[in-house]
Design a protein around this ligand. Structure first.
Ligand SMILES: [Cu+2]
Length: 65
């Protein structure tokens, strides 16, 4: 399942790396790509949207509804 999130607090490549690392350390089977310019996070995963959202929020970033 492919899910996209808008994360307006992503400002640079380091933010993207932080989020990528957090998601992949908790859910290693998840493929994640982040477009820093559009602040769109795309994940390919079997876990729920809510789970991924919580991981992203756990890094201090804000996911737009
Ligand atoms: Cu940053």
């Amino acid at each position: 399942m492919s899910i996209t999130f808008k994360v307006p607090s992503i400002a640079c490549e380091a933010c993207a790396k932080t989020i990528t690392k957090a998601v992949q350390s908790e859910k290693p089977e998840t493929a994640i790509s982040i477009d820093v310019s559009t602040k769109i996070v795309t994940v390919e995963t079997t876990v729920s949207e809510e789970t991924i959202r919580k991981i992203i929020e756990g890094t201090g970033h804000t996911v737009e509804d």
